[in-house]
Design a protein around this ligand. Structure first.
Ligand code: GDP
Ligand code: GDP
Length: 485
């Protein structure tokens, strides 16, 4: 069973968000649960023509972690022999196939039915995480009903009340944890982003945990820098041919050309911005256009290599480009090119000082000397690129983070805010690329920027994250899915 096409068909703003299928026999409360999880957002009806009944797709989020949901409609294995039932059954199976995690809904008041048993068995057989939602447990007095269902052989058991909202948070916490969902808070319930830690990304990249099983995405490495820094030379060195030099000839295209190649089994895409040279009439324009083009390309990269003419040394423009790279949340490696021209200890020391000075706000970005012309240091550069990309997409498991975090808070609790203690409940990593953390606190506004800086420094001490920016946001801890009464 492997029907993967469904992802593309799903009309969703979070197309990469993990998909959770809600499965169960009729009348157990699947649509009620679905409706509660999507929270009034309209369900997106799947209108694939050959299906006899529509699967309903929707989106939910658990404190900013997006999930896509699919309500499988009635799923009755016995009905598989009937004409209409077969359709329902078949399309439910499609949903199960597509999903990253499965929620089996049963009716807690009705007790186990043979269909529940069959379904539990089928779902377990998929090897996907299965959560048992024992529904219609509206009051704690009904909690004992749960015990009967252990027999289904599922360990992740959640007494819930889809109609009242009881127990939903606990289940979602487990589901999002299992599928590794993912993302910074929606603007509406986010605490004010601290300018120190940049803005929330406009379109945060949702990470598909299933991606772990898919071929690794192409690593997009972009070379930027001022004109004459040596980007084309470096590209040529890596390509081993004179390909990018073509663009220097009069009359050839002035657009950047993406050159793709592989080294050590990894694919690289070099965006060569050399062609801009003839776009500009005067020298000042060249500089300006080069920088604005670089910025455009940065957004599309995983890792940006900022190439600098080491003979001239880094300048204001380089700092500006580097700042944009950090802002865009891309990984960064700084390449000081033309090392062959930097001779003598004095010159080297001057370059070092100037680099430190120019990039003082980027202590996390590795800097390396290369000579594109001679090939010196180019292997090391690629190595740094690969490592930066790894850190950029790195995810620290929540449990591990919180062990670390407990120690940090014990060592230095957040300062009082208006005479009151600010309680930080826990920390999660919401997204990768770049690693983005959320501190869940009792009063987010009370957490001083200096304290976030402290946490940020500690995170780097503990985990490195060399080559990638990291982000920290603070959110108010609240339980939206609690009983609304
Ligand atoms: P589906 O066929 O599995 O999609 O089930 P529905 O969502 O249509 O629900 C079937 C019936 O169970 C409806 O009458 C719902 O109102 C009721 N129901 C759903 N969830 C709950 C719940 O948590 N508690 C109670 N008491 N009734 C519920
Ligand atoms: P781009 O504008 O950034 O693409 O820069 P180019 O690759 O066209 O290089 C600009 C100039 O610097 C050319 O004359 C290159 O030959 C020279 N250059 C590039 N890399 C090196 C290097 O490692 N050492 C020296 N000495 N010159 C270099």
């Amino acid at each position: 069973m492997s029907i993967r096409g469904g992802h593309g068909e799903t009309p969703s703003t979070h197309v990469n968000a993990p998909l959770v299928a809600i499965v169960g026999r009729p009348n157990v409360g699947k649509s009620t649960l679905f409706n509660r999880l999507v929270g009034g957002r309209p369900a997106l009806v799947h209108d694939t023509p050959h299906l006899t009944r529509d699967r309903r797709y929707g989106e939910a989020d658990y404190f900013g972690a997006p999930l896509r949901l699919v309500d499988t409609g009635g799923l009755d294995p016995e009905a598989a022999t009937e004409v209409i039932g077969a359709g329902i059954h078949r399309q439910a199976m499609v949903a199960i196939d597509e999903a990253n995690a499965l929620v089996l809904v049963v009716d807690g008041r009705a007790g186990i039915s043979p269909i529940d048993r069959d379904l539990a068995k089928q779902l377990r057989a998929t090897g996907k995480p299965v959560f048992l939602a024992i529904n219609k447990i509206d009051h704690p007095t009904n909690d004992h009903l749960v015990h009967d269902f252990h027999e289904l052989g599922l360990t992740a058991i959640y007494p819930v009340s889809a109609s009242h909202g009881r127990g939903i948070d606990a289940m979602l916490e487990a589901v999002t944890g299992a599928v590794g969902s993912v993302r910074p808070p929606e603007a509406e319930d986010a605490a004010e982003p601290d300018p120190l830690f940049d803005e929330l990304p406009d379109e945060p990249e949702a990470e598909d945990p299933a991606a772990a099983n898919e071929p690794p995405a192409k690593l997009r490495v972009t070379f930027v820098g001022r004109p004459n820094a040596g980007k084309s030379s470096l590209t040529n060195r890596l390509l081993g041919e004179e390909r990018s030099l073509v663009h220097h000839e009069a009359g050839t295209t002035t657009d950047p050309v993406d050159a793709e190649f592989s080294i050590g089994g990894r694919d690289y895409i070099l965006v060569d911005t050399a062609g801009i040279r003839r776009k500009a009439r005067i020298e000042a324009d060249i500089e300006r256009i080069a920088v604005s083009m670089a910025i455009g390309q940065i957004e599309r990269a995983d890792v940006v290599v900022l190439v600098i003419d080491a003979d001239l040394g880094p300048a204001e423009q380089d700092a500006r480009i580097a700042g944009k790279i950090e802002e865009a949340g891309r990984a960064l490696v700084i390449a000081l090119n033309k090392s062959d021209l930097v001779t003598g200890d004095e010159k080297k020391q001057k370059l070092r000082d100037l680099s430190e000075d120019t990039f003082h706000f980027l202590t996390w970005a590795p800097t390396t000397m290369i000579s594109a012309q001679r090939g010196d240091g180019v292997d090391r550069l690629l190595d740094l690129v690969e490592k930066a990309a790894e850190q950029h997409r790195r995810r620290i498991p929540t449990a591990q983070l919180n062990r670390f975090f407990k120690e940090v808070i014990e060592e230095m609790p957040p300062p009082l805010h208006k005479g009151k203690a600010v309680r930080i409940n826990y920390i999660t990593q919401a997204v990768t690329k770049p690693p983005t953390f959320i501190l869940w606190a009792s009063s987010p506004e009370g957490l001083a920027p200096s304290y976030k800086r402290f946490i940020s420094n500690r995170l780097r001490e503990a985990y490195g994250f060399r080559g990638t920016p990291i982000r920290i946001f603070v959110k108010a801890k609240k339980d939206r899915h609690d009983l609304e009464r």
